[in-house]
Design a protein around this ligand. Structure first.
Ligand code: ZN
Ligand code: ZN
Length: 335
């Protein structure tokens, strides 16, 4: 079993453990080990053969034991047990997804807002992942603490983007925004600005605890907006620490499908939003998906390969996931 497949096993274990408050630290340890496998992609067979799995970052004796079984059998009985306990048993309609076929990621941040790396560093990171495109989607102005971008700063950013594009020609940079969905469902930038951007991700960040009827109206308005391409982390949840927004999911997902607005599976282990369970509901209602790292640093691009198990568990086929589209088809889908 390769490192990415193994990292997905550890990531799912971390996800299931997160649902039990008493397992919070163990959950984080599994997610961290999963991340390090997805970043480093070590030769697990060789390390296991020489009894060196514990030399991997974040892999202590307990996790090494789980990993050893995965390397030997391609399987984890510990994961099976957790699935049973959490009433999420394996299903026979999971999909097969191959990360090697994956073309890019449309949701990322840079130092233009709250990212920790420059646009150039992020573009090089995407290149190292083998991506052919990257959406640079910094925040909109509403969130002051992250130095969100207004029209003037977006214009300045486009100039830097042209320079970065010349230095990293193999990765098509898409200029976008992660625009806030305001309390009434309107967006945090004028339409005339949004229409100029390559990709618009609309995300709920504040007032997530609005009562469900108002939250439903808010989300319905956002998915119906003509310039919105993707709804970012659709519930805003933080598994194990913050419940996400509650709204009429079926109504909103149906409307998203009708407007061909994709729903994000944000693969940041702190979010995992949509959850695999909710993603399955959205799949049945006809939605498309975007698997995103929501990376704030180059190493975080590895969240997608480690988190792909979510789409697999939800049974989402490759042709319903934007990131598998080649650039020309993606551009058409984002029009
Ligand atoms: Zn966000
Ligand atoms: Zn984001």
């Amino acid at each position: 079993m390769d490192a990415i497949a193994a990292s997905q096993v550890l990531s799912e274990i971390g996800y299931l453990l997160r649902q039990d408050p008493e397992e919070k630290f163990r959950a984080k340890a599994f997610s961290a080990a999963a991340w390090s496998l997805a970043v480093e992609r070590p030769d697990l067979e060789a390390l296991h053969g020489s009894n060196e799995l514990t030399t991997l970052e974040g892999v202590g004796a307990g996790i090494a034991k789980v990993l050893a079984e995965v390397v030997e059998t391609g399987h984890s009985r510990y994961l099976d047990r957790l699935r049973e306990q959490m009433k999420q048993p394996a299903r026979n309609d999971e999909s097969v997804l191959d990360f090697a076929q994956y073309k890019g990621d449309v949701h990322s941040h840079s130092t233009w807002s709250d990212g920790k790396a420059t646009m150039l560093e992020m573009a090089r990171g995407a290149e190292a992942m083998g991506y052919t495109y990257l959406g640079v989607t910094d925040h909109s102005p509403r969130i002051k603490v992250v130095n969100g971008l207004d029209a003037n700063r977006l214009l300045a950013q486009s100039l830097e983007m042209a320079e970065v594009q010349a230095q990293v020609p193999g990765v098509a940079l898409l200029q976008g925004i992660e625009v806030d969905i305001l309390e009434d469902g309107s967006l945090d930038l004028p339409d005339m600005v949004l229409e100029l951007l390559d990709v618009v991700i609309a995300s709920p960040h504040v007032k997530l605890r609005q009562e469900p009827a108002a939250m439903t109206e808010r989300m319905l308005r956002a998915v119906s907006h003509p310039h919105v391409d993707v709804i970012g982390h659709p519930t805003g949840r933080r598994p194990g620490s913050r419940e996400g927004a509650n709204y009429d999911f079926e109504a909103v997902f149906k409307e998203a499908a009708r407007h061909q607005v994709a729903l994000e599976i944000d693969c940041d282990p702190a979010r995992m939003d949509l959850s695999p369970e909710m993603a399955r509901v959205a799949l049945d209602l006809g939605c498309n998906f975007s698997m995103d790292a929501d990376a704030h640093a180059p190493a975080e691009f590895a969240y997608v390969p480690m988190g792909m198990w979510m789409a697999r568990r939800a049974g989402i086929p490759q042709d319903r996931i934007l990131n598998f589209l080649p650039l020309d088809e993606l551009t058409m889908a984002l029009e």
